[in-house]
Each structure stands twice: as structure tokens, then as C-alpha cells.
Write a protein that binds this ligand. Sequence first.
Ligand code: IPM
Ligand code: MN
Length: 360
Amino acid sequence: MQLKIALLGGDGIGPEVLTESVKCLQAVAETFDHSFTYSKALIGAAAMKKFRTPLPDQTLEIALEADALLFGTIGTLQYDNNPSSPIRPEQGLLRLRKELGLYANIRPVKMFPEIIKNSPLDRALVSGTDFEIYRELTGGIYYGEKKLSDDGTVATDICTYSEKEISRIAHKAFKAAKKRRKKLTLVDKANVLETSRLWRRVVKTLSESYPEVTLECLYIDNAAVQLLLNPTHFDIILTDNMFGDMLSDQGSVIIGSQGLLPSASIGEKHCMFEPVHGSYPKAEGKNKANPVASILSTALLLGHFGMKEESRAVIAAVRKSFKKKIVTPDILGSSKYGTDYVGDFIADHINDIDDDMNMN
Ligand code: IPM
Ligand code: MN
């Protein structure tokens, strides 16, 4: 298969982890006889430095022309320390998601038995954790009107959702549940928010078309608790942009590190693959960021294009790195290797044919 892949490293550790992902994609290309070509483009603070905008036209052009995008991370301390800056690196990512129509953000949260000790939660509790968050990505409070009164003392963020925005991601979530353990949890705040009440109505109506899937509705505060008390309860979680952002970071800690969670952002025409974690500015350039979330995002990319065996090979190589303790310092109690060393190890083991590492 031939694929044109746009590489948007962004800020902080983004470019570093992306380098390791490209190594892995190249190992896949060689092992399975594919041809991947890459074009790099700037986004976020890195783009602001050169072009004064977090999403330059040439970046958007490259993104629109690519078959798929690999995204790094966005944000720097300079802007984190200056929250009132009117132009922010994050706006580049938000606009990109909107321009590409990437409305469905899928964040799989799966416990790897090899590193279960890394979870801050009890082993018996987290063992077998395997759920996916379907986060709506191009609507809600992230994209509503924002206002600050002239005297700077009153601020407003509007949260809007339409039936159409809810149903298109809900369909995707129900279809995913149908293929898995047939349980869908809608997370909202329907006891307070009008948008949440619309989500409930739309999702309940849709659920009639998926009789084999059991629908459960939880308020976000309760969901946050249940996720910690009983993570194996969950199969597919469907939720809005903001709640999905929060729950997914919580999910990454449950399985042991923020450096582990990948995600796929899918629209009608475009697709982008990005780690769930942030730009980790303190680790920038120190060769200590965990490349696994980004590498697992390439596994999602491969799976998205039907390259199932290739995707499994990447996951198996990652698991081999866990087993051999070739891991970065965030994976506690193990040997500590650099970002590039871990990336090299994983890329080097993609062509292993090793049945005992087989996993889905
Ligand atoms: C994420 C990130 C982004 C988000 C930020 C960087 C805008 O936290 O992908 O989870 O909130 O969507
Ligand atoms: Mn986030």
C-alpha cells in the first residue's frame, strides 16, 4: 500500500516522539512491502515563531493533501505561563481538527499486563481494563463563542451541540460496541446541562437501532469515580469534547502512564493520529519522553487503512519492549532508557514473528 503521511510534530516532546513513530512506520514498510512517504509541517508555537500563526496555510495544505496525519503535541511553557495571550499554539490544533472535519476521537485504554505494576491502582482492580473513549472532537465548549467583558471581569464560553453532531459520533460508538462487549456508556451532565439532555435524547433514540448494545448513562462526576473504582466495567464510553478530554487523561493514568495512550481522530475524508498526552515541556530535548503513545498511534493508523497484521506487529513490538524492560523513566521500577533507544528497539522488533506476543 502507498500512503502519503503528513508529520506535524508541533511543540515540546512532539517532534521527538514522532521521530520514533516514523522509524516504526519505516520498519513496517520494509517488512510488509509498503511505501510510505512523509511531508513535515509546522504547527503550534513552532509555527508561530516562523509564521506568526499556529496553523500556517502551507501546513493546512499539506494536511489536506495527505492520506493521513501523524500529530505530535502542542503547547509551550511560554504560553502556559501567559494564559491570556490572544493567539495560542492550541488554536492551531483546534482549527486543524475542525478544517479536516475530525469529529470522532477514539482513545483506546487497554492495560498491558507486562507493566501492570506501573498503575497506581490495585492490580486486581485494573487487570483486564480494556475500554475505548469516543470523544466528540469538533464541537461543544471548545468551539463555542468566547467572550471577555471590556473590563476583563466577566468571561463566557458557550457550549453548543446539534443533533447531527451527536448522532454521527454516536453511530460510530454503537458500531464499535457491537463489535466488542456490546456495552455503551454515555457520559454527560444531563442533570444540569441542556446540551447533555440533547445528547441523552439523541443517543437513546439511536440505541433503538442497536438492540444488541446495552446503553447506560452516567453523569461525568460519577463516571470519574466509577472509572477508578471499576475500570473493567467499561467497554465503549461516548462523550462530548470536554468530558472526553478529561476522562482520557484519567484513563492513561489507570493503565500506568500518560506516555502510553494513543488516539485516532477520524472524519469523513481525513484522519489524524495523535498521542493523548501533552507536550511535556520539561522533558523537551532530554531524550526521556515515552514514545509509546505516539508509536501506538501508528498502530491505529495502520489498522485504519486495513493493515491489521502490520498494526498487530507494532503492538507486539511495543509489548516486547515492556517485557524486556526497554522503557523510559515514566515506567517505574524498570530500567530506564532514552526515547530514541526505546524507539529503535520497537522498530527493530517489528519484523519478529513471535506467536507468544500475539495480541489483538
Ligand atoms: C488533547 C489535548 C488538546 C485538547 C489540547 C492540546 C488542545 O489536551 O488532545 O487531549 O484539549 O483536545
Ligand atoms: Mn487532553
